[in-house]
Design a protein around this ligand. Structure first.
Ligand code: LMR
Length: 407
């Protein structure tokens, strides 16, 4: 192996995190990795998570046994209800197969692996990504050898959605193609289709017989409203699609390192749909067993306690509003400071975009200069993690951006 293994580059995002941590400059600002921070730039353990954690720890019967291959049953069934809506016909008709996964990444991977093995055997189907998309999508789907294509998504001109480009590209995708869609709070752009635009996408996808693969990492975190952030998925299910969903609890529960997530396969309504879901679940279990045997328990136990208890659930919704509203406040603050400074260009996209990120339009050279001159860290595509901005550093960040844009 010594001669054939070339050195791979460091992961850009985790490399950025390491570089930020090593920086000793007092006013350094981390706008890199998508992880929530409070107004003091500190990680925030959700009060509801602290509470659930205390309940778990005080249980004398808590042990460290294996979970089943498909994960904690109370967790996966509550996750179905959360993402599809508790009155979803897909659930009552028993046509959903759900497995607990290693957070959203594990869910995307399990879905990719499953599709590679079972989707349209004998035919080559490509997966379509938005351009741009979360960097890891490329690696995950390449690793299972699914061909990748992209559809236009972000308009550099408006810093909003290139809806015409998106729709016409999806329209011309070969029948059976897999279309990867970010359910809400698109990463990296922060730009989402409107409900009316989602309806048009669904219509085209149905007419062209395309397969929706939803990645949902920000339900409730984006707008503070779980149903609203999950709307696109429920709508597609209502339209009768066969589809899959990767669901992460990293951001909306702040359970980043606990790796709690879920993968769902929803069979299209049909007389044999329950049977389809059962067969799919059995194959997913084999894939899961060979990859991770069974998922980690701790994060799923915490989420499960909260999802299944009405009082804790209400507390969680409160915590979601705390996070989403702080981010929305910081969007307003950053925009208004840039406008006060008369920074060349328009800055409305900062408040128009939603969720963890803003796609600022800063160039790679500007990003590098911000890091060198002001110790402000962001990904080279100009993506800013809004959670890194707070009342103490927003002025500093705005002034630094102002200076770089004018240079
Ligand atoms: C991000 O894009 O910053 C997050 O989703 C973290 C990750 O795993 O890439």
């Amino acid at each position: 192996a010594a001669d054939v293994v070339p050195k791979a580059p460091e992961d850009p995002l985790f490399g950025l995190m390491t570089a930020y941590r090593a920086d000793t400059f007092e006013k350094k600002v981390d706008l890199g990795i998508g992880a929530y921070r409070d107004d003091n730039a500190k990680p925030w353990v959700l009060p509801v998570v602290k509470k659930a954690d205390a309940v778990l720890r005080s249980d004398p019967n808590l042990d460290h046994e294996y979970l089943p291959i498909a994960g904690l049953q109370q967790f996966t069934s509550a996750s179905q209800k959360l993402i599809l809506g508790k009155n979803s016909p897909a659930i009552s008709e028993k046509r959903v197969a759900s497995l607990q996964t290693i957070s959203g990444t594990g869910a995307v991977h399990l879905g990719a692996l499953f599709l590679k093995k079972f989707y349209r055997p004998g035919q080559t189907s490509s997966v379509y990504f938005s351009s741009p998309t979360w960097a890891n999508h490329n690696q995950i789907f390449s690793n299972v050898n699914l061909p990748i294509t992209t559809y236009p998504y972000f308009s550099a001109k408006t810093r909003g959605l290139d809806f015409d480009g998106m729709l016409s590209s999806i329209k011309s995708a070969p029948e059976g193609s897999i279309i990867l869609l970010h359910a809400c709070a698109h990463n990296p752009t922060g730009v989402d289709p409107t409900q009316d635009q989602w309806k048009q996408v669904a219509e085209v996808m149905k007419a062209r017989n395309l397969f929706p693969f939803f990645d949902c990492a920000y339900q409730g975190f984006a707008s503070g409203d779980l149903a609203r952030d999950g709307w696109a998925i429920s709508y597609f299910v209502e339209q009768g699609f066969e589809l899959v969903v990767a669901q992460s609890y990293a951001k909306n529960f702040g359970l980043y390192g606990e790796r709690a997530g879920c993968f769902h396969f929803v069979a299209a309504p049909a007389s044999d749909a329950t049977d389809v879901a059962t067969r799919v679940a059995s194959q997913l279990a084999i894939l899961q067993r060979s990859e991770i045997s069974n998922p980690p328990a701790y994060g799923a136990r915490i989420a499960s306690l909260v999802l299944n208890d009405p009082a804790l659930f209400a507390m969680w919704e409160e915590d979601l509003r705390t996070m989403s509203s702080r981010i929305i406040e910081m969007r307003k603050a950053l925009r208004s400071k840039l406008e006060e400074l008369g920074t060349p260009g328009t800055w409305n996209h900062i408040t128009d975009q939603i969720g963890m990120f803003s796609f600022t339009g800063l160039t790679e050279a500007q990003v590098q200069k911000l890091r060198a001159d002001s110790h402000i860290y962001m990904t080279k595509n100009g993506r800013v993690s809004m959670a890194g901005i707070n009342t103490n550093n927003v002025q500093y960040v705005a002034e630094a951006i102002n200076k770089i844009v004018r240079a």
